[in-house]
Ligand binder design. Structure first.
Ligand code: SOE
Length: 387
């Protein structure tokens, strides 16, 4: 087996999901590369050490430059806050390393464009961890769209709701809470949650070409965990936008961290001439499908038995499921990262790059930036997306 020597930057929630994927890859997928956890980097040595001991990294670093330049590392994994992605990705590409980066790719389109150019000029494999594409039910939705079972698309509807920032006592900044600090995160729910919805939407339904948005910041001042001072809040706590897709369909997107009771409520529905699809991450192993096309193809439309079908996506013929257990048994959130890594490694081995790569994630970044610009100007914005 060939080694895939990993340098992990960051040790938070995503550092854990990615590390788990590296450790389990060859247990489940027949790939030629075995990840070796070489180094984890964090500014705080004590935290890096605890993370390395827990997950089995060989060494720690406190300066990411050392990891990016290390000759014994093949792949740089950027799991650190959004404001660090740009510098690390550029340096990694310069050093000829493969780069896998957490979403959103960058703080803005200008950065994302430069990062895309850098990995392409260096010719290094790259990917952005839009893990929800790797939920078997969502991958099945893609398969059904590609099989023509939805037909001409009319509507796409997405929601991504959470509730963890409602209290005005939640500080901004620092470990775990950098998502509330606009200087570190770039935006609020738009980059953090809607980026997922946009990535899924454009994967299933093609380019989003125009948007008009409204954002809201409910708590306008919060203590900053690093400075200790009460500071203005610059992120969007909630965002709603309307979208026009290149295929002529209409989209609505809603996201908030103020939906009491909703922890990670990520849904979409797509309505086409020949069928509809519905997915809800709170029931992750189900894809709901209303089939119209096949009903028409029979002698007569049997309308007394039409209805939504709730497909339990745990059969071995469902995406990714032949790698796991027996039909009827489900997999979890962590497997979406494992599936993504497997796709990435298989892409390296086959020479057919897996998606979403940086260029593809740049398109999502364009929509995010257009959404924020539209919210600021109150106008419809062209996204400039090319897919
Ligand atoms: C935010 O709470 C968050 O952790 C996002 O950053 C992730 O991308 C999302 O999948 C779950 O929620």
């Amino acid at each position: 087996m060939k080694e895939l020597r990993v340098g992990m930057i960051g040790y938070g929630f995503m550092g854990r999901t990615h590390s788990n994927a590296y450790k389990r890859l060859t247990d489940f997928f027949p790939v030629e590369h075995k990840p070796v956890l070489k180094a984890v980097c964090a500014r705080n040595a004590e935290k890096a050490k605890a993370f390395a001991d827990n997950w089995g990294y060989e060494r720690i670093e406190t300066d990411w430059r050392k990891v990016v330049e290390a000759p014994d590392i093949d792949l740089i994994d950027i799991g650190s806050p959004n404001d660090t992605h740009f510098d690390i990705a550029l340096a990694a590409a310069r050093n000829g390393k493969m780069v896998v980066c957490e979403k959103p790719l960058a703080m803005n389109v200008a950065q994302a464009e430069e990062m895309t150019k850098a990995v392409e000029a260096a010719g290094v494999p790259n990917m952005v961890w839009f893990n929800y594409r790797r939920v078997p039910a969502i991958a099945l939705a893609k398969q059904l769209v590609d099989e023509g079972r939805v037909g001409q698309a009319f509507h796409y509807r997405a929601t991504y709701l959470q509730d963890w920032t409602i209290s005005a006592d939640v500080p901004q900044g620092g470990a775990g809470l950098w998502r509330l600090d606009v200087d570190v995160a770039g935006s609020g729910v738009t980059g953090d949650l809607l980026a997922h919805s946009i990535d899924t939407a454009m994967w299933l339904n093609g380019a989003i070409v125009r948007v008009v948005a409204k954002t809201k910041t409910f708590v306008t001042e919060r203590v900053h965990a690093v400075t200790g001072k009460v500071q203005p809040v610059g992120i969007d706590d909630a965002c709603m936008f309307l979208a026009e897709f290149a295929n002529g369909s209409m989209g609505t997107f809603e996201s908030t961290r103020y939906a009491r009771g909703r922890k990670n409520f990520n849904t979409f529905e797509m309505n086409g001439a020949d069928g509809s699809l519905y997915f809800d991450l709170e029931e992750p192993e189900y894809l709901q499908y209303f089939e119209y096309k096949q009903l028409q193809s029979g002698k007569k439309l049997e309308s007394h038995v039409t209805g939504w079908r709730k497909i339990h996506t745990t059969n071995s013929e469902h995406p990714y499921m032949n790698r796991y257990w027996v039909p009827g048994t489900c997999i979890g959130y962590e497997h979406t990262f494992l599936n993504a890594l497997a796709d990435f490694v298989m892409g390296i081995e086959s020479g057919k790059p897996t998606q979403p790569d940086f260029r593809n994630a740049l398109q999502t970044q364009k929509v995010c930036d257009a959404v924020i610009e539209s919210a600021n100007s109150g106008r419809w914005m062209d996204t400039g997306v090319t897919l």
